[in-house]
Design a protein around this ligand. Structure first.
Ligand SMILES: [Ca+2]
Length: 295
């Protein structure tokens, strides 16, 4: 197995057309394979279990420590590392924006398989264990299997790193823990969870909270809590190592963009993911003025 692609999918054979316009597997596909035990011919897993959404305290909003509205008209190489595996692309454009004149557009071309495009920034030291963030997002449509939108983790994403991730799966958010730079104490693997609903075909305000002590991801969509998932990593066997805290160690890099583990046959048209008005800080950032419906 290629070490850069540790996750495999068992794809169902039935095809169905969904509201997003994508031909997708009718049967549940694997969220993602065990990094060590993935097999293409293994039986399909059970459908995702959606845990009840537990309440989550949200402190008062505060000023952002970092913002990016793309109004420079470019991806600044002073701030961002561009991490692209073609043919996916990351560009700043004016065709579809949340605010101002420019926004980031990630394109994952129809029929392509296992490419990706992300931009990544260094997380300020003050936020290395815990941060809030906001991004306006527009998702044109995604296939059912594992999609990746954002990560907070060690450097080296998306190939060799450890991170907390905001992804998608069968119309739900898929928050997850991903360990692809393992140690003896923290073995390779992942913990996916499924909750909330991916908004498709409209701008929405994604607010998020990444915590490493203890590990947790919370997501608000247009100000409403939609995901609240703690992570426990049961692959840890050393009794001196916590299974639910410090699993990343420090958030060094924050990345956003797109990749999917779907086969190209499940991607009949380009996937376009737009981002605008990105901000991170030690308190929730809050929303801007609502974005009018796209033309
Ligand atoms: Ca903008």
């Amino acid at each position: 197995m290629h070490p850069s692609y540790p996750r495999l999918f068992a794809l169902g054979l039935g095809m169905a057309l969904t509201a997003t316009g994508f031909a997708q597997t009718a049967a549940p596909a694997a969220a993602s394979g065990s990094a060590t035990g993935g097999r293409a011919n293994r039986p399909p897993p059970a459908p995702p279990v959606i845990p009840a959404l537990q309440p989550w305290d949200r402190p008062a909003e505060g000023p952002a420590l970092f913002t990016e509205d793309f109004e420079s008209g470019a991806i600044s190489d002073k701030i961002w590392s561009v991490i692209v595996n073609p043919p996916a692309t990351a560009t700043v454009q004016s065709d579809l924006v949340a605010h101002g004149k420019y926004a980031l557009k990630i394109t994952y071309p129809a029929g392509s398989t296992r490419d990706y495009a992300f931009i990544a920034m260094t997380v300020p030291d003050a936020l290395k264990n815990h941060f809030y963030g906001r991004a306006y997002m527009y998702i044109s449509g995604v296939p059912d299997p594992h999609s990746v939108f954002m990560s907070a983790g060690t450097t080296g994403f998306p190939t060799r790193a450890n991170w907390l991730e905001i992804g998608g799966y069968t119309g739900h958010f898929q928050p997850s823990l991903q360990i692809t730079n393992p140690t003896t104490d923290i073995p390779r693997g992942e913990v996916p969870a499924f909750q909330g609903t991916l908004p498709i075909g409209r701008w929405f305000c994604l607010e998020f909270e990444f915590i490493d002590q203890p590990d947790r991801i919370a997501i608000w969509v247009d100000g409403k809590l939609d995901v609240n998932i703690p992570f426990t990593y049961n692959k840890i066997t050393n009794p001196d190592v916590k299974k639910d805290s410090g699993l990343i160690g420090a958030f060094s890099e924050f990345a956003l963009g797109y990749r999917t583990f779907a086969q190209g046959a499940l991607i009949p048209k380009d996937i376009n993911i737009y981002y605008d008005d990105i901000a991170i800080g030690d308190k929730p950032i809050g929303q801007l003025t609502p974005v009018p419906a796209a033309k």
